[in-house]
Design a protein around this ligand. Sequence first.
Ligand code: GDP
Length: 467
Amino acid sequence: GRLADGVTRGIEGVGQSVSEQFFDPTLRLGVTGLSRAGKTVFITSLIANLIDRGRMPQLAAAADGRILTAFLQPQPDDTVPRFDFEAHNAALTATDPHWPDSTRAVSQLRLSLRLRSGGLLGGITGPRTLHLDIVDYPGEWLLDLGLLSKSYAQWSADALDRMATRPGGAEAKGAIAAVDGTAKLDEGVAQSLAQGFTSYLIQARAAGFSDCTPGRFILPGEMAGSPVLTFAPLPPGPSPRGSLRAEFARRFDAYKAKVVQPFFRDHFARLDRQIVLVDALGAIHDGPRAVEDLRRTLADTLTAFRPGANSWLGRLLGARRVDRILFAATKADHLHHIQHARLTGFMEALVKDARARADFAGAKTSAMSIAALRATTEETRMHDGRELDLVRGRLLEDGRQAAFYPGDLPQDPSVLLSPARDWAESWLDEDYQIMRFAPARLHLRSGEGPPHIRLDRAAQFLIGDRL
Ligand code: GDP
């Protein structure tokens, strides 16, 4: 009403009135992806660019000058850790810049945007506020959703199956085969099995496998060492009371009830928009098995956003659903822009495939290739009589500047989604392996956010309609 308006205007510039806090709309943006996918860098650069607005031409509201200010606020959830924007931004913008610490657990930050309305309304109404709550959480935790529908015996069978073909699996499997599941629980044995299983998961992850559940084994957050994380799969067999197998089954159920469900209830269920960051270049470099695993993982991810109405998550979500999901290949600055369309094509093919597999209908999805923080420049050089399109950057090890050719992506992305035997060549197998760039030294003028590739287009898709 008029009175409320007057009150609000009166304190403009000082802060926000309580009424405003209550009535201003909030948009909750989830940022996820497996570890090292680029979540921390993405959020840091997005916030820095929204606050400074100098480098966001594809974000319509920024281009039109409708974002009057963007500022950080204390986030509304008292018990959720705050995303440490200041520390991460300081790392990226230091005189000797370095990459920030990666996401280990869920965290959150509120960015409030003061907006001038567009179109006809813009002249009549005063500025409005939109709170953008950004929620950072590990993709590993999202994949745990698949555990809810499984019993300990079913999960064990699947997990042992996978171990047979994955790096580090044979050793962990050997240790598991050597124990007697019906023997009385010995905590020392339980711990050593859990440790062996965890180190296998970490190795499989490092080798490029995406689905390495239970997610908390790799990223335990504050639960490291607790009994809910001290179990491992066991082959089928009897489970008398007090036996190792009975106790592992109990801990598996506790993991589902006390770790997985609360995460979905407290964090996931409240999201409006979602970006899923994918290290697609890394998976392609790791080869056909890693890509196959990635495609299955993306389908699983989509299932989480549109669960069946009768599933546990479906009932929890009710009518509330994420209505836009962006799948973004990160670190596109490892490629000369001439190859970006191929990377985007690959992401589009992956998402299309995932949609088909997940029988997905509903939210608007899109695929892009981005670099949240551009660490390279481009150049073209003659090499063995042909032109090579290179990227140049500062190497992480010794700070030297060097130019690299990562190798090719196929023109036709469907090649990458075909079975391993049809991968006639290996892609990205030239310099990609050694391309570990440090963030570039930035000389930002005031009002200029860090350099990026298509971060503004990503923002337009995710929040543009609400600005
Ligand atoms: P998180 O585990 O998902 O939070 O991943 P981070 O955001 O910490 O990113 C992991 C690593 O990927 C960083 O330390 C960088 O080495 C690299 N990285 C992330 N984003 C970019 C980018 O836009 N460009 C380049 N060149 N490297 C990136």
